[in-house]
Design a binder for this molecule. Structure first.
Ligand SMILES: Nc1ncnc2c1ncn2[C@@H]1O[C@H](COP(=O)(O)OP(=O)(O)O)[C@@H](O)[C@H]1O
Ligand SMILES: [Mg+2]
Length: 336
């Protein structure tokens, strides 16, 4: 086992009556990415702020590169970079001035700070934009600059708190490439996200956090395996008969079948889709339950989250007017 770059044990934090973290254990090996995945209010930012020495926990302990965040905050700070949910750069300075300023604050010489700024601007495709004030930047450019600013001191451990929230899909994918490059270079990353797709794509391991607790942990594949190999998803013509259908199909399911109350869809995890599908249709037919839609798909992390918490994560309105799970679209394969 490689040494842990980030280790927490029983981390707890309350804000008055609000218990934001209720005993969180995390272990992130060096040069890997942990995706801390959870809905709004789950406790992600609180965990990151404790690890970045900005907040003191009520109980438990946290080590970054083997240093205790409470007892050795300066040692921890020299190892880390932090990119917040909201970009923290000076609007009125140019991109390059912002990066040089960070270098100077880190006690780099003038020449070294300039060289590092140029390297980072080039690496993030901001060389031309680097001459303009940040207030003229797009959201994606601003986020790239913010990330560049957190890398000036070549941190060994990087905390990215919802780095792509609010970005358009193209900028999001661009940032994913940058993050993948950093990990290839040996940086350890703790990334918080509300996007299942993002955790799936970037993280070596995923910790699902809800209401201040880690409710599941593993690789994306391990989390999906809990769900059976495929999920049969359907909508009935008579939505009022959903629970009747669930009871009828339960014996065929590999894991607990579910009703998504928001969409009226039934989801039945199954092991052998081909054979089971015939049985599903036969049973429904026998009970005169008419199916409006039926599809088969691989379990998404959305299914995992729904199974673990009994609810879908935040819905967000897409440009085409469809409300979709924030945890990414699933790949659908029409089966009927
Ligand atoms: N400064 C604060 N004062 C009071 N409550 C807070 C404060 N910061 C966060 N909380 C609450 O703590 C919980 C966890 O918040 P947070 O760590 O920001 O979650 P996340 O980043 O996953 O959205 C939420 O219920 C939130 O409302
Ligand atoms: Mg947050």
């Amino acid at each position: 086992m490689p040494p842990s770059a980030i280790l927490t044990e029983g981390l707890a934090k309350s804000y008055g009556p609000v218990r934001a973290l209720r005993g969180v254990n995390l272990d992130v090996p060096e040069a890997t990415v942990l995706g801390l995945l959870g809905p709004n209010g789950a406790g992600k930012t609180t965990a990151v702020r404790i690890l970045a020495t900005l907040l003191v926990p009520d109980a438990g302990r946290a080590l970054v590169s083997g240093r205790d965040v409470v007892r050795e905050p300066d040692a921890v700070r020299s190892q880390i970079g932090l990119t917040g949910q909201y970009a923290a750069v000076d609007e009125n300075l140019t991109g390059r001035e912002n990066l040089e300023l960070v270098g100077r604050l880190l006690h780099m010489g003038r020449g070294a700070a300039r060289t590092r700024a140029d390297e980072l601007l080039a690496g993030f495709e901001l060389t031309d934009a680097g001459r303009r004030p940040v207030r003229t930047y797009s959201g994606g450019m601003r986020r790239r600059l913010d990330l560049a600013a957190s890398l000036v001191g070549r941190p060994k451990v990087l905390f990215l708190d919802e780095p792509t929230t609010g970005l358009d899909p193209r900028s999001r994918v661009g940032l994913w490439d940058v993050i993948a490059g950093l990990v290839a270079g040996g940086t350890t990353i703790l990334l918080t996200t509300q996007y299942l797709e993002e955790a799936d794509r970037l993280a070596d391991r995923i910790a699902v956090i809800d209401d201040g607790q880690v409710i599941a942990e593993g690789t994306s594949g391990e989390l999906k395996d809990r769900m059976g190999e495929d999920v049969v998803e359907m909508r009935l013509v008579e939505s009022g008969r959903a629970s009747e259908a669930l009871a009828l199909l339960a014996p065929l399911a590999a894991a607990e079948p579910r009703l998504d109350a928001e969409t009226g869809r039934l989801m039945i995890p199954v092991h052998h889709a081909g054979g089971t599908l015939t049985d599903v249709v036969r049973r429904l037919d026998g009970a005169n339950l008419e199916v409006a839609e039926l599809s088969l798909h691989r379990p998404s992390l959305d299914d995992v989250f729904l199974a673990l918490t009994g609810r879908r994560a935040e819905m967000e309105q897409e440009a085409d007017g469809d409300a979709r799970g924030r945890f990414g679209r699933r790949q659908q394969r029409k089966a009927a």
